[in-house]
Design a protein around this ligand. Structure first.
Ligand SMILES: C[S@@+](CC[C@H](N)C(=O)[O-])C[C@H]1O[C@@H](n2cnc3c(N)ncnc32)[C@H](O)[C@@H]1O
Length: 246
């Protein structure tokens, strides 16, 4: 695998390191297979770093991560720390780590968390780590302060399940812990057939304007609209990707 760092000039030692790495990768792939067999890996984010052969073993993703990463990757600080809240399989967490940011992915679902953990081993990632935590208005107070917060496709779940007041408290806690910038995307009315979006009807017919005001009210100095992006491979309705600056 490309990302194994082989430092020793000793060939036998190098072979041993590569063999160990391959063994960990096989272990991680088997772990992923067990999660898939027992729980069914959710068809959403891609599984980061898998070889083509291994990827073919698991459900095809539908989250359009690359077009989102194009905008996030172009707007990152060169160094620092990051937190990806509601990270699912950790695709963005690993991408942030790949760019050198020390990144924590926070995820409430045990199944998604397990997948992210196996992928940490598979990729032998040393800058990405995961915390299993159900984020609510209380637990959000215990999250760490970081330079970059990624908060994508989760706000509408907080509103739906915990109400707007608590969702706003969570967002305020994240804003207070965000030292430099936050990337934000949320579900919008009209972007799905499968979920009742009445809970976010308060955004009105101009969600972009509502989001901008909302992020500014959390204390961000400047809010930039980065892109309007399709939701997924099977739903081309759009959402806004925003960047909020401290
Ligand atoms: C729609 S997915 C978005 C995943 C990722 N942020 C992205 O943009 O691709 C939402 C994720 O947030 C997680 N989630 C939802 N509510 C949560 C909560 N209260 N605490 C932690 N994770 C939560 C879900 O389990 C799921 O993995």
């Amino acid at each position: 695998m490309d990302d194994i760092v082989v430092t020793s000039p000793d060939r036998a030692e190098n072979t041993e390191v590569a063999e160990k790495a391959a063994a960990y990768r096989r272990l991680a792939r088997d772990g992923l297979a067990v999660v898939d067999r027992v729980h069914g890996i959710r068809r959403y984010q891609p599984l980061y770093g898998l070889t083509d052969e291994d990827r073919a073993l698991f459900p095809a993703p539908k989250r359009l991560v690359d077009e989102r990463w194009e905008h996030i990757g172009a707007n990152l600080p060169p160094v620092g720390s990051a937190m990806d809240v509601g990270c699912q399989h950790g695709w963005f967490t690993f991408k942030l780590a790949e760019r050198g940011l020390h990144t924590i992915g926070v995820e409430g679902s045990l199944r998604a968390f397990q997948v992210a953990q196996w992928l940490t081993l598979y990729n032998q990632s040393d800058r990405a780590s995961f915390q299993r935590l159900y984020v609510d208005a209380e637990t959000a107070q215990h999250l760490p302060a970081v330079d970059v917060v990624v908060c994508m496709a989760i706000f509408h779940h907080w509103v739906r399940l915990q109400g707007l007041d608590d969702a706003t408290r969570i967002m305020q806690a994240l804003a207070d812990r965000c030292r430099d910038r936050m990337f934000f995307e949320t579900g919008q009315v009209g972007d799905t057939d499968t979920l009742d979006r009445s809970s976010i009807g308060f955004m009105g017919r101009r969600p972009r304007r509502w989001i901008k005001r909302f992020l500014k009210d959390l204390g961000f100095r400047k809010v930039v609209h980065l892109a309007t992006l399709s939701r997924s491979t099977d739903n081309r309705r759009t959402r806004h990707l925003m960047l909020a600056l401290r």
